[in-house]
Structures are given as structure tokens and as C-alpha cells.
Design a binder for this molecule. Structure first.
Ligand code: SF4
Length: 511
């Protein structure tokens, strides 16, 4: 990992003997709200306390518009505290992301958390266009290229920028072990491989309260060679937010009954359960430290510096008692773990749990065998189809050919005519139609019980379906390899078959 002498956060992450502490701040909706002043007060007090390594600043959290993170970030950095800026893909295209990265580099804001982002919510006179031009893996690759780690590797797609200085961003990513279904969980882990390959420097987990799940993630990473520092999430909810978590109104966050019932009892107390909530957070932090996490990422609405101080002091006092706390963080369904339980059942063994059965899809089988025939170089029809497409390209029949292709693919796959077809990568399911965020490299963190974040109870997450199709033929782990480059919008409404044979589509790019 690169370290920057000016960044205490980077130095701490690079030091295996140090436990990194970060706190998440959410910018206010408006530039002069008291929440903004409170965030600055928090930062000032945190600098004086000295235990915190950085604050992370969300970007339009929950999909709602808020003050741009670099504004609060710059003010906090001036106070002497490191800042992690969330870079999400929901509201901006690749050029706007690049432009922002230049601005953040100029402002000295070089620690990032690169995420897909929550689906945009209602804004000015209605719902906005969900952009998602890049997914988190592609955005990481963009930042990596700006950092010039791999400049010039692909001659067909010359380095994005030739005329500017290389940047030195540190790139964090998110992952959630807190999924109920095998398909959701595996796809989270598979995508983490792609994020690592695309240049992730560190990982932050989703919010959760289950010790075996926290153990599972570290164990999975160790056993599969994903060697990145991980910060465990420690979240202190208010009664309102706990209710929202329970109802699944915070994307990707699940709060099981047992822990929610405990919280409800605590909220009845004089301080609305604040002390007990902070003590639970301190215990969770002890568990994470005991398990071998590199640090903790602490969050919660309205968390004050005095509360943080209490939490950290309690955690320091109880640090050695962490094995005793494991039982109090045991709330996940037993059949939702990646591994079989360990000897005492509190943590995991190294042995993967048996996988569920899935049936083969006839649609997949037919599509795959046709693909093998015509789109794989050894296929019987490959050369003929390739010559035919080369002859049609630029001829008077090109438009009719593209129209006929679209009609066939519309009937078979619900094709949206992007011209940069990725069906073969994704179990012959179309992300332009089936994923609300058009993701090409794995799921966002927002699915719940297999349902899409955007259509809960109505539409399955596309990546749950892709997982099951690929698993049925033993190919699901292909989702850990390489990555799918972003859609080329210049190809919209052109023939994806011609684009494939003439190497105009994403297959021309290195992965
Ligand atoms: S389909 Fe899955 S990956 Fe796509 S937006 Fe919905 S939950 Fe996220």
C-alpha cells in the first residue's frame, strides 16, 4: 500500500500493529445548518482527543441530495484531521467523476471510499435520473489509472490522461457479509475479488452485529488470498434509525429481531438507551479487534465526541474480554454463513458450509450453446458469422441487420439495444434491463433477502439470478475474475454482433 507522509490514516492502515479508528459523518442538507457546525465541533474535539485517525464523509447518503462532501472535508482537513471522501457512482458519469477527482486531488483530499451508492431518491420536482455510468469496480479502475499504476497498458484504449500529473489516491471499498442468502453473500465476496484486482487498498464492512459474520469475512479473505486491511463497522443507532434498519429502509442494512428487541428495551431507559448502545458498540469494537480487524469504522446519527470518548475508553478497558462478548453478538440465521461453525459454535471453521441446490436454466443452456457456436473462436459458426458481419458493416443492409438483431434479442433477453452486449459474462441476463443500477461487475450492497434494493418484494436482485444460473453449471466463481469494462455509449443502437466481431465492444479493452 502506498503511504503518504501527510496522512495519519494511511500510515495507521499500513501499520499492522495499529488499530485504525475512523468515524462516519453525514453532511447536512444545506450549507448553513446546525448539523454542519456540529460536525466541525466534533472534528475539533476529535483532533484534541487524538485517538481518531480520520473521518469519512458520505456523499448524498441514502440517495438524498446533501452538501457536497469535499466542502465539509476541506474544512475538517484544515483543522488537522484526515478525511475520507465517499466517491459514489449514482449521480455522475465517468467524466464528472474524473473532474471531481482532479478537484479533490487539488484540494489534498486523497483518501477515498469508492462505492456504487444508494439509489437516488426524490429531489427537485420528482425522481432524478439514476446515472450509474460506472460501477464501483470500474470507478476503482479509473482511479487506479489516474494514479498511473498501469498507465499505457492497453494500447487500444490509451491511458485516460497523458498530460496531467499522476494522482495518489488511497482507495477504500465496501463489502457486506451481512446477507441472508447464499447467492447474495457469495456475490458480495466474488465482487470483492474484482475490487481488489481493480486496485482496492482497504475495505470497510457494512453495518452488522454478528461476530461469526465478522469472523467469516476475515476468514474468507485470508483463505482466498485477499490481503487487504479491513475496518469493521460499529454503528450506534437512535430509536428512529433502529426502526428504519428493522424495516429494511436503510439500503443493505439488516437488523435481526433479537438485537432489535434488545435495543427497544434499552430505548425505554432515561437516556434513551444511549449508554447501553455505546457499551454494545465498545464490545463490538473489542470483538473486531480480537478477531484481527485492522480498525473500526464508527458511525451513528448525532454521535458526539464525548460519546465517542466514552465508547473508546470502554473499549480500551474491556479489550481483553472480547471472547466473552461473542455470545452477545450472535443474531444471524445459522444457515446463512459461508463456513461451517467452529468447535464451540461461536466462530467459524475453515470448511465451507454445504451449498444449496439450484436447477439448471433451459434459457441459459440454449443461449450458452448458441454463443459457443458463433461467438467463441473454436465454434463451428464463428468464422462464417465473423465474415458475414464484416461484410455487412458499413453496407446498405447494416441498419436492417441491427434492427433484426435487436428484435431477436428483445424477445429472448429483453435487450435494451446498448450495442455493447455483456450477456455472455452474466449468465445471459441483461443488466441494462434487469439491474436498477446497470451494474456489470456484481451486485450493489443494497439487496435484502434476495430482493433488489429498488424493488423490494417485487423484483429479485439480478445478481442473485446470475449466481444461481452460473452455479448450476459450476461457473459462479468466474465472477471473481477480471472485470467488465464500462459500457461504451457510442455503440448505443448499433449491432452488438458486428461490434463484437469487429472488436469495437468492451472485449477490445483490457480487464
Ligand atoms: S438488481 Fe441487485 S445489484 Fe442491481 S440495483 Fe438491485 S439490488 Fe443492486
Amino acid at each position: 500500500m502506498k503511504t503518504d507522509n501527510s496522512s495519519r490514516f494511511q500510515q495507521s492502515l499500513a501499520n499492522p500493529d495499529e488499530f485504525t479508528l475512523t468515524v462516519e459523518l453525514v453532511p447536512s442538507r444545506g450549507a448553513r445548518r446546525t448539523a454542519h457546525a456540529k460536525a466541525l465541533t466534533f472534528a475539533k474535539e476529535a483532533v484534541a482527543d487524538g485517538r481518531l485517525h480520520a473521518v469519512s464523509i458520505t456523499e448524498n447518503a441514502g440517495g438524498h441530495p446533501a452538501l457536497s462532501p469535499e466542502v465539509l472535508g476541506t474544512e475538517i482537513a484544515r483543522l488537522g484531521l484526515d478525511v475520507i471522501i465517499h466517491l459514489s457512482c449514482k449521480d455522475k458519469n465517468r467524466n464528472q467523476i474524473e473532474s471531481l477527482l482532479f478537484a479533490w486531488d487539488r484540494a489534498g483530499l486523497r483518501n477515498l471510499l469508492v462505492i456504487t451508492g444508494d439509489y437516488p431518491q426524490r429531489g427537485y420536482r420528482g425522481y432524478p435520473k439514476p446515472v450509474f455510468d460506472l460501477d464501483a469496480v470500474q470507478a476503482l479502475d479509473l482511479v487506479r489509472r489516474l494514479n498511473r499504476e498501469e498507465a499505457g497498458r492497453d494500447r487500444r484504449d490509451p491511458a485516460i490522461i497523458k498530460s496531467v500529473e499522476p494522482t495518489s489516491f488511497l482507495k477504500g471499498v465496501a463489502v457486506s457479509p451481512f446477507k441472508y442468502l447464499e447467492a447474495e453473500l457469495r456475490m458480495q465476496y466474488y465482487k470483492l475479488h474484482r475490487k481488489a484486482a481493480a486496485g482496492a487498498d482497504y475495505v470497510i464492512t457494512q453495518v452488522g452485529y454478528d461476530a461469526r459474520k465478522f469472523d467469516e469475512l476475515l476468514r474468507y479473505m485470508r483463505l482466498t488470498g485477499l490481503n487487504l486491511p479491513v475496518l469493521g463497522n460499529v454503528f450506534v443507532p437512535t430509536p428512529t434509525v433502529a426502526g428504519m434498519m428493522r424495516e429494511g429502509r436503510i439500503p443493505g442494512v439488516a437488523l435481526p429481531d433479537s438485537i432489535h428487541a434488545e435495543m427497544i428495551e434499552e430505548f425505554k431507559e432515561g437516556d434513551r438507551g444511549r449508554k447501553k448502545a455505546l457499551r454494545r458498540a465498545a464490545k463490538l469494537l473489542c470483538v473486531q479487534k480480537g478477531l484481527g480487524y485492522s480498525g473500526a469504522h464508527i458511525g451513528g446519527p448525532g454521535l458526539t465526541c464525548a460519546e465517542l470518548e466514552f465508547l473508546l475508553t470502554e473499549a480500551a478497558r474491556m479489550a481483553d474480554d472480547w471472547p466473552e462478548f461473542l455470545e452477545s453478538f450472535s443474531c444471524w440465521p445459522p444457515n446463512s454463513y459461508f463456513f461451517r461453525p467452529g468447535v464451540d459454535g461461536k466462530l467459524n471453521s475453515d470448511e465451507p458450509a454445504p451449498r444449496g441446490k439450484v436447477s439448471r436454466s433451459l434459457h441459459y443452456a440454449l443461449a450458452d450453446s448458441s454463443h459457443e457456436l458463433a461467438f467463441v473462436e473454436t465454434g463451428l459458426l464463428y468464422n462464417t458469422a465473423s465474415r458475414l458481419c464484416a461484410a455487412i458493416d458499413g453496407s446498405a443492409t447494416q441498419g436492417a441487420f441491427a434492427g433484426a438483431e435487436h428484435l431477436v434479442k428483445l424477445l429472448l433477453f429483453g435487450c435494451r439495444d446498448c450495442g455493447d452486449c455483456t450477456l455472455a459474462e452474466l449468465g445471459f441476463l441483461c443488466p441494462q434491463k434487469g439491474c436498477a443500477k446497470y451494474l456489470l461487475n456484481g451486485p450493489c450492497g443494497g439487496s435484502r433477502n434476495g430482493w433488489c434494493e429498488v424493488f423490494p418484494g417485487r423484483k429479485k436482485c439480478l445478481y442473485v439470478k446470475i449466481h444461481d444460473r452460473l452455479k448450476a453449471v459450476g461457473r459462479d466463481e468466474s465472477m471473481t475474475h477480471g472485470f467488465v469494462p464500462p459500457r461504451d455509449w457510442a455503440l448505443t443502437e448499433t449491432s452488438s454482433w458486428i461490434n463484437f466481431y469487429l472488436r469495437r465492444n468492451y472485449t477490445r479493452l483490457d480487464k
